[in-house]
Design a protein around this ligand. Structure first.
Ligand code: ADP
Ligand code: ASP
Ligand code: MG
Length: 404
């Protein structure tokens, strides 16, 4: 008997018919003699709708209450999924994150899973039930409901697969696997049969929302056998794994991130310790900074730009304004009209000229680069939001990713 974790994303449970189709998949696994844990996201755009409702009432809703609110979406889905499974003549029970034993830290809207107490899950499975767990949520030490960050149901599924030592974890979604770039933006993107954990991790953290990056981190650490596949058909999808025979191709994927904003603090005093103070303060406000660029100017001051998630803009603006006042710096400007385009490949470690090729492709498309950052296996640039999709297609073409 195998233990299988199946996760269904928002679009895969958006309607009663889709919920029933997902329920059938779970029942099929169960009737084949397996133990089945199902993780479900909120239906369709439910999470967006809940956020919009809160914003109608308050421009900066309280973070704890937002977690309480957003968790509702998944709670609805799990109960409906259990009901759908019952209608197929199978036993099933739905659990919230807390009921499933998922404990997190207390950082609202981006909580991290600290531990999972599996006793209840195992007990329910031993009773012969399919166990359905609400994705994206947990509970902190004070019993506050927390959420794991947008797209976090993937992380719930992979974390459960890790602690339960599942034989496989299937992420069912609205694409039939992981492509060389988002197939909705790059029509000639190519589906990958396998992808290395490290490449998947980079792609996920650089905006390829097909997998939540925390989920990939956990999958890598615990070597969870992970598939990304379509809820619409029977194809095998993409296996995320340790790819041993990685051919040394320089670039194997490209990603577009449209959820970031650029914050600039003007006329920052150019002296030792200032950057440490600024980014220390920002980190204490739980704002994740992505890229940083500092320009040195002649008059002893400099402009400092960095990118943050758009959802962190109000907090970043407030913190930066306070810092600018304290340091005697100038204006704080926020530009939400930016996009980040990245290329990823473990083969980049041993190749040179990748950056040059990427910059040349962008230049030929007359796309201006605002910021650059590189690591061992990726290069990212920030461009104007309007050029983002065009930039993604240009770099995908430049590295001929469609050809494999
Ligand atoms: P779910 O609701 O199932 O979690 P998401 O919308 O979060 O689904 O993720 C699936 C989407 O990810 C796809 O519809 C696709 O547009 C997008 N995507 C971005 N990059 C990629 C990629 N490299 N491969 C496949 N899909 C991608
Ligand atoms: N419902 C949550 C979101 O929309 C979590 C998820 O879908 O994975 O972000
Ligand atoms: Mg998702």
């Amino acid at each position: 008997m195998a233990l299988v974790v199946q996760k269904f994303g928002g679009s895969s449970v958006a309607t009663a018919a889709k919920l029933r189709a997902a329920a059938r998949r779970a029942v099929r696994q169960f009737r084949a003699g397996n133990q089945v844990v199902v993780v479900v996201s909120a239906m369709g755009d439910r999470t967006e709708d809940l956020i919009a409702m809160a914003r109608e009432l308050h421009p900066e809703p309280n973070a704890r209450e937002m977690d309480m609110l957003m968790a509702v979406g998944e709670q609805m889905s799990v109960a409906l999924m259990a009901i759908a499974i019952h209608s197929l003549g199978c036993g099933a029970i739905s659990l919230t994150g807390a009921q499933a034993g998922i404990r997190t830290d207390s950082i609202s809207s981006k909580a991290e899973i600290k531990s999972i107490e599996t006793a209840r899950l195992r007990r329910e499975m031993e009773k012969g039930q399919i166990v359905i767990v609400a994705g994206f949520q947990g509970v902190d030490a004070e019993e506050n409901i927390t959420t794991l960050g947008r797209g976090g149901s993937d992380t719930t599924a992979v974390a459960l697969a890790a602690v339960l030592k599942a034989d496989r974890c299937d992420i069912f979604t609205d694409v039939d696997g992981v492509y060389t770039a988002d197939p909705r933006v790059v029509p000639n993107a190519r589906r990958r049969d396998r992808i290395d954990y490290d490449e998947m991790l980079e792609l996920a953290s650089l905006g390829a929302r097909v997998m939540h990056s925390r989920a990939v981190e956990i999958a890598k650490r615990f070597e969870v056998p992970l598939w990304v596949r379509s809820s619409e058909d029977e194809s095998e999808g993409t296996l995320v794994t340790n790819v041993e025979d990685v051919e040394q191709v320089e670039v194997r994927g490209a990603a577009l991130e449209t959820n970031e904003a650029k914050v600039t603090i003007r006329d920052v005093p150019d002296r030792p310790g200032v950057a440490a103070r600024i980014f220390g303060e920002i980190a204490r406000s739980h704002i994740n900074v992505d890229m940083i660029v500092q320009n040195v100017s002649a008059e002893g001051t400099t402009d400092l730009s960095f990118t943050v998630l758009q959802s962190d803009v109000p907090a970043a603006r407030r913190t930066s304004r306070g810092l600018a006042d304290a340091l005697g710096a100038g204006k704080v400007e926020v530009d939400e009209g930016v996009a980040k385009v990245s290329v990823v490949g473990v083969g980049m470690r041993t190749h040179t000229g990748v950056a040059e090729k990427m910059f040349k492709a962008l230049a030929e498309s007359e796309i201006n680069i605002q910021m650059i950052s590189t690591s061992e296996i990726k290069i990212s640039v920030v461009v104007d939001a309007d050029s983002g999709e065009r930039a993604l297609r240009a770099v995908h073409d430049a590295f001929a990713l469609q050809e494999g």
